[in-house]
Design a protein around this ligand. Structure first.
Ligand SMILES: Nc1nc2c(c(=O)[nH]1)N[C@H]1C(S)=C(S)[C@@H](COP(=O)(O)OP(=O)(O)OC[C@H]3O[C@@H](n4cnc5c(N)ncnc54)[C@H](O)[C@@H]3O)O[C@H]1N2
Ligand code: MOO
Length: 404
């Protein structure tokens, strides 16, 4: 009989197997345009002040606040600064310069009066020669002036080491003129799905076939956890086919993940090909996700998950997400304790991961426990972790949930 392991024992086993992958993270420089989702390897400091120069927050007129303290007041218009204007202007006392949002504020000016609070009493918008503007609302010193460095000073940190670069980080880096960023190298993970019954979505499906749900899910889970998919392939239950894609995966990857073909029946292609290559096939006392296997082939760790789509996704969440996130330099996703809103039953002796949804009152299961309920799982946002010894947990009790 295959030995049964606790979830904790298998987590430890997988963590040990993957430890070499998390030991020494490499660093690579990538263009900012390709940096979304990557993890900054070091603090990035700005070489410039932001804003780069003192500029206007409004379309209007640059003035001296003291000149507009009593309104209405008429001021001669001595210049015009559109955004992008390259020659710095100087404002003389008792005059105004027309200015657009983002344009450099003339030296001598210390406030902007928005155009809505003004009227040209001489001259036209398209010809400011000899123009005079009437200012109808006073503005204090500094109003609508964006000072150089008021967002960030040169030398300050734009993005901290360990930050996963989201669009807002890319915007800050680009605003500071950064073109490349040092990021952590990603683990290359191959995703292999198995089963002669698998059809690719988009193909016609014959009787007895199912669409491959695990390939796309595992690939997305791997990338969400900060790694990169090095190869994605599907194999039928012919050992030669599987051995071929498996060898290609080993050659191209730091880690190989498979789904299906490891339980107790015939045609278990992963078990058949990998047992002679040193795989350890085991049963973990959990549901879903009982059948599990691991191997190290040519120095590359291999994790084999059971094929039922819910089992594959739960296996990833329980065994692989944390090590992949650690290797990527991402923090672990914390578990939480939440009130259960419905009583549930569990299988004694097995830790159960029910799919649940968190609402205002607590968490409720979205379906029964079966591991083929792939559509129901789409409504879940957490796994409800029921202890191995529990036979039932009553509504109102606190349970541990894992973020999906
Ligand atoms: N006699 C026993 N039978 C089974 C046992 C057992 O202990 N004794 N364990 C059951 C449990 S629990 C699970 S989980 C599955 C795991 O089996 P495998 O890992 O060998 O997976 P397959 O048999 O290849 O597939 C199981 C199921 O999932 C569907 N599948 C597989 N791959 C995909 C995919 N990529 N996309 C969508 N669906 C997939 C497949 O068609 C099967 O329905 O074994 C139980 N049996
Ligand atoms: O362990 Mo299986 O994953 O229950 O269906």
């Amino acid at each position: 009989m295959t030995p049964q392991r606790s979830v904790e024992e298998h987590v430890d086993h997988v963590t040990r197997l993957l430890a070499p992958l998390t030991a020494e993270p490499g660093v690579e420089a990538v263009p900012l345009t390709e940096a979304a989702g990557r993890v900054a390897a070091a603090d990035v400091r700005s070489e410039v002040d932001l804003p780069l120069f003192r500029n206007s927050q409004m379309d209007g007129f640059a003035v001296r606040a003291t000149d507009v303290a009593h309104v209405p007041v008429a001021l001669e218009v001595t210049g015009d600064v559109p955004a992008g204007h390259e020659v710095p202007l100087v404002l003389a006392a008792g005059t105004a310069i027309r200015i657009m949002t983002g344009a450099p504020v003339p030296s001598g000016a210390d406030a902007i009066v928005p155009v809505e609070d003004t009227e040209l009493v001489l001259g036209r918008d398209d010809d400011l020669a000899g123009a005079v503007v009437e200012i109808r609302r006073p503005r204090k010193r500094g109003e609508f002036v964006r000072e150089r460095g008021s967002d960030l000073h040169r030398g300050e940190v734009l993005v901290r080491a360990g930050t996963r670069l989201a669009p807002r980080h890319l915007a800050a880096l680009a605003a500071a003129g950064v073109t490349t960023v040092d990021v952590r190298e990603r683990l290359r993970v191959a995703v292999l799905t198995t089963g002669s019954e698998l059809a690719t979505p988009g193909e016609s499906v014959r009787f007895g076939q199912v669409f491959d749900a695990n390939g796309v899910a595992l690939a997305a889970l791997v990338e969400e956890a900060g790694a990169v998919v090095s190869l994605r392939a599907s194999s039928d239950d012919d050992p030669e086919t599987f051995a071929r894609v498996f060898d290609a995966a080993i050659a191209a990857s730091d880690l190989v993940v498979t789904s299906g073909g490891i339980s107790k029946g015939a045609y278990e292609v992963v078990r058949e090909v990998l047992l002679p290559r040193g795989a350890e096939v085991t049963t973990v006392a959990m549901q879903p996700g009982g059948p599990q296997a691991t191997a190290v082939v040519d120095g590359v760790p291999v994790l084999c998950f059971p094929g039922n789509p819910v089992s594959t996704q739960v296996s990833f969440a329980v065994f692989l997400r944390a090590p992949l996130r650690a290797a990527a330099g991402l923090p672990e996703l914390p578990t939480r304790r939440i009130r259960l809103t419905e009583s549930v039953r569990s299988v004694p002796g097995k830790r159960q991961f029910l799919r649940g949804r968190v609402g205002a009152d607590g968490v409720a299961p979205v379906s029964g426990p079966s591991s083929h309920l792939v559509a129901a799982m789409a409504n879940a946002d957490v796994l409800i972790d029921l202890p191995a010894e529990a036979e039932a947990v009553e509504a109102g009790a606190d349970v541990t949930v894992w973020t999906l």
